[in-house]
Design a binder for this molecule. Structure first.
Ligand SMILES: Nc1ncnc2c1ncn2[C@@H]1O[C@H](COP(=O)(O)OP(=O)(O)OP(=O)(O)O)[C@@H](O)[C@H]1O
Ligand SMILES: [Mg+2]
Length: 320
């Protein structure tokens, strides 16, 4: 009996210990939750403040009123445009004036940081000029409804943006997704010299494209990006250093097919290579936000020291 009682007491002690440690763990974890809360609350406060800031942010650039169905000429004009970034206040473009007529190719060349991408962002109304006017088809870009303005451009950004999906969904993108047929997509790919590698991909137009285009080469991404702009059948094509990842031969083929097959479009092309822009109707040489030379290739070789310097340095590079 004594033994039986002993065992019984020991069992009692054991179960007491389990109960005790369970309670102890519960109390401890409650304490840990409180400390965790104290630790994360300053971060949450800052985040909620930021979210609040975004939710209450006023529209920086108000929309215009000119609806669809207006003239579609493809004319772009800068009238005495200066611009400073609101964030920094430093003037990035000074008194820029030029005109690109329908069907013309206007090229912009200049060293890194000279303001080329900024200039394009004023045409798409990503920013508004600090002074002067940017006109498309004779109207200030500020007057257009956003959808109408967007429909006028095909824009190839400096860094190709590729989305997870298929080749088709990357080319016929946004409002073109329902409008473009397979033939339209192939045609755009063909103009961008991309149809060959796409037809070799498994699935063709349905071939999988990973986020950021990880399963594509830089030059392939750039050509998909060009095809996307072409597919919009826009009156104005803006290309920001869009041939940089292509070899000289492909670069030339893309430019030739754009010129021949994208009928009547106006091209505004930013380029680093003189070879890519030699046959432009008008070349603007940008230096620290100012136009320091304008004309055709031959005129600039004659009269613009900076242009000649760029051209000569690239020629010598090319012969090495
Ligand atoms: N979002 C921005 N906020 C403030 N400053 C900017 C911003 N983007 C560009 N800048 C500045 O504006 C100037 C012109 O930049 P931009 O990108 O237009 O040059 P770029 O000619 O396109 O150069 P790259 O050939 O390297 O692409 C640079 O001095 C740059 O630091
Ligand atoms: Mg740029």
């Amino acid at each position: 009996i004594v033994d039986a009682v002993g065992i019984d007491e020991r069992q009692q002690l054991f179960s007491d210990m389990i109960v005790f440690s369970t309670y102890a763990i519960q109390v401890l974890s409650a304490f840990m939750m409180v400390t965790n809360l104290i630790q994360t609350s300053p971060r949450s406060l800052v985040s909620s403040k930021r979210i609040q800031e975004i939710l209450t942010y006023g529209i920086a650039i108000p929309d215009g009123v000119v609806p669809a169905g207006q003239d579609r000429e493809g004319e772009v004009e800068f009238r005495g445009v200066s611009f400073e970034y609101p964030e920094t206040g430093a003037e990035v473009l000074h008194d820029i004036s030029f005109k690109a007529e329908r069907g013309q190719t206007v090229a912009i060349i200049g060293s890194t940081g000279s303001g080329k991408s900024t200039l394009l962002s004023l045409i798409t109304r990503f920013y508004r000029p600090t002074s002067g006017q940017v006109l498309v088809d004779g109207r200030d870009v500020g007057e257009y409804e956003r959808a109408e303005l967007n429909s006028k451009f095909g824009f190839v950004p400096q860094t190709s943006v590729i989305f997870a999906g298929t080749v088709r969904s990357n080319v016929a993108f946004g409002d073109m997704a329902d409008k473009a047929s397979d033939d339209d997509v192939w045609e755009a790919l063909d103009i961008a010299q991309a149809s060959e590698f796409v037809s070799e991909m498994e699935g063709g137009l349905d071939a999988e494209v990973q986020q950021g285009g990880k399963n594509l080469s830089g030059g392939q991404r750039q050509r998909i990006s060009i095809a996307r702009a072409v597919c919009r059948h826009a009156e104005i094509l803006l290309m920001d250093d869009s041939f940089s990842a292509l070899d000289f031969k492909t670069d030339k083929l893309v430019r030739q097919s754009l010129k021949a097959r994208v009928k009547d479009a106006t091209f505004i092309i930013v380029a680093q290579r003189v070879g890519s822009i030699m046959d432009a109707d008008l070349i603007l040489v940008l230096d620290e936000g100012r136009i320091v030379g304008r004309g055709t290739h031959d005129e600039l070789m004659e009269g613009c020291p900076l242009y000649r310097e760029i051209a000569v340095s690239q020629m010598t590079e090319g012969t090495i």
